[in-house]
Design a binder for this molecule. Structure first.
Ligand code: FER
Length: 545
């Protein structure tokens, strides 16, 4: 062990000086994947077309010159709604024989700002069954290229209809594919197996000089994505500090790498709750353009109900290295995803002004539409398509869009809506979405998941809470309407019954309770009033942990 350390030290020192002194191009061999031309059986560099590559359940796969690893073009894949969506090419079964071994390689680069495991996979049929196998994988982030290569992959014996494809382990961000080739067995160098051990860049389960050389290559080639394990200080960036830490580790000066830094943003903020929040209009100038305006981005995604669009409000100064709370806000019947940020409502301006004046923490607000299904079933599309699309692309508290990470970030997610949007809110809450969302804002609409009395409607909500197994400080329901609103006579009996039930503790101080109903005197069923309910109550969200 001691001898190993000393040898390691000497090697580390020589590389350390190489790092400082040379142009180090001699070390590039580690990431080299090129094969002799004779060894290549099939290739596509996307310079002269797609070479048979096509979208795999994504909206499109087209040639792009925005990002490439060689030549001047690549294949750009967009409009994915699941992690297995991407780009694919059918393999000629006469050329690539089942049971035979070949070398496979493709470069891939995600548009996500999160580390994303890119995968080169094979779909094939055997008998009646379809199978999916992973050939090679590597991490990418911020459009940097990861090489997915396996020098010896055997197409399973008996496989028919082989289709090669590029997908991601999680998330639905757009990505690029380039430099695709299949060669004779052994002709292309395999990329490293993916390791979870910090400092082990090449996945050989050791931390050695080879890892340091690989790290150096990543630093010298900004187009190439470093593996996740290169981030020795776990701060999200790979830089010279990580190289220094690796050297120190090999010299025995440190025995472990630093723990990930504590997030600079506090998980929760102390909040001065009013336990009986009452209706108050937002200042009139909050509906004027704001000096510190956020951005409203129109997005298209391919969801379970087909292609659809939504709007994403990004607060002023949105920074993808920070994490943001997220509020999904639904329109009413006869409206659409553009209503809420339109000049009729001007919610964007109101959010800008609230955030500028410190009344609201910067957050992401998403306005989808239930117009491709029904208000009461939209929660299915929200869960299966909208959240993975939005939170795979924008930075929320979800570390990935896996089920586990959505659950872990539930205290940073809210859902609300007006009128039929309120029907969609109750539907999501009642039908199993409490596991990924803690904050709910029904506005001028009662629960249509149960018919009949206010008691029945209240009981359907209470039952969902019982099924969720959550504690009383893990779910929060902030309801509002006007006393002259058509929803009031429907909503009020349900609200009265909920107050009697043990699952609900009535107060707008969410450090002490979880349910509130604000009634605005004389107000009717109109966004012109409802926008003020959001002004009054949205600041009460996201302070609990
Ligand atoms: C309600 C009253 C009205 C309600 C929805 C509506 C979900 C919607 C009316 C419309 O779209 O015309 O209590 O609850």
């Amino acid at each position: 062990m001691k001898l190993k350390r000393i040898l390691g030290s000497i090697a580390a020192l020589s590389v350390c000086s190489a790092l400082l002194a040379s142009d180090c191009r001699g070390f590039q061999f580690v990431l080299e994947t090129s094969a002799a031309a004779d060894d290549i059986i099939s290739y596509c560099y996307f310079e002269d077309g797609t070479g048979g590559w096509e979208a795999r359940s994504a909206d499109s796969a087209v040639i792009s010159s925005d990002n490439y690893i060689q030549g001047s073009k690549s294949l750009f894949v967009s409009g994915r709604s699941d992690s297995w969506n991407g780009a694919q090419v059918a393999l000629d079964a006469d050329t690539f024989k089942a049971g035979s071994t070949y070398a496979f390689s493709a470069a891939a680069a995600t548009c996500s700002n999160k580390q994303t495991l890119m995968m080169l996979s094979l779909q094939y049929t055997s008998g009646e069954e379809t199978y999916y196998d992973h050939i090679a994988s590597a991490y990418s982030k911020d459009k940097k290229w990861a090489v997915l290569a396996n020098s010896e992959y055997t197409i399973p014996a008996g496989a028919t209809d082989p289709v090669l494809y590029v997908e991601t382990e999680s998330g639905t961000s757009d990505f690029y594919v380039d430099d695709f080739k299949i060669g004779v067995k052994g002709s292309i160098k395999s990329t490293s197996p993916v390791s979870e051990v910090t400092g082990d860049l090449n996945g050989d389960e050791k931390i050695s000089i080879i890892d340091l050389i690989m790290l150096k290559n990543c630093l010298l080639n900004p187009k190439t994505a470093p593996p996740k394990t290169a981030d020795a200080d776990s701060n999200g960036d790979v830089d010279l500090t990580d190289a220094t830490l690796l050297i120190q580790y090999m010299l025995g000066q440190i025995t472990a790498f630093p723990d990930p830094p504590v997030p600079t943003q506090p998980e929760t903020t102390p909040f001065d709750y009013n336990p009986n929040v009452s209706f108050r209009e937002a200042p009139g100038n909050y509906f004027n353009p704001c000096a510190q305006a956020g951005k409203i981005v129109k997005e298209t995604y391919n969801g379970i109900n087909g292609s659809n669009t939504l709007n994403v409000y990004l607060p002023n100064g949105y920074d993808s290295s920070k994490q943001y709370n997220i509020f999904y806000l639904m329109h009413g019947g006869g409206e659409n995803e553009n209503t809420i940020f339109s000049d009729d409502v001007k919610l964007g301006q109101m959010l800008d002004n609230m955030i500028m004046n410190g009344e609201l923490e910067p957050m992401i607000v998403v306005t989808p539409t239930f117009n491709k299904c029904a208000a009461q079933t939209f929660y299915k599309e929200w869960r299966a398509s909208v959240i993975p699309f939005v939170e795979g692309k924008y930075s929320t508290y979800a570390d990935s869009t896996s089920e586990a990470d959505l659950k872990a970030s539930r205290m940073h997610r809210a859902y609300g809506g007006f009128s039929m949007g309120s029907a969609s809110t109750w539907a999501g809450l009642v039908n199993g979405c409490l596991d990924i969302c803690a904050y709910w804002m029904p506005l001028s609409g009662d629960n249509w998941e149960a018919s009949g009395s206010g008691y029945n409607k209240a009981k359907s909500v209470a039952d969902a809470i019982d099924r969720s197994g959550l504690a009383k400080n893990e779910y929060f329901i902030m309801c509002s309407t006007g006393s002259d609103d058509i929803a009031y006579p429907n909503m009020n009996p349900q609200m009265q019954e909920m107050q009697k039930m043990s699952q609900f503790v009535f107060t707008s101080d969410f450090s002490k309770g979880n349910f509130y109903f604000m009634v605005a005197p004389g107000k009717t069923h109109w966004w012109g009033y409802v926008k003020h309910y959001i002004y009054d109550t949205l600041p009460y969200f996201f302070h609990e942990s």
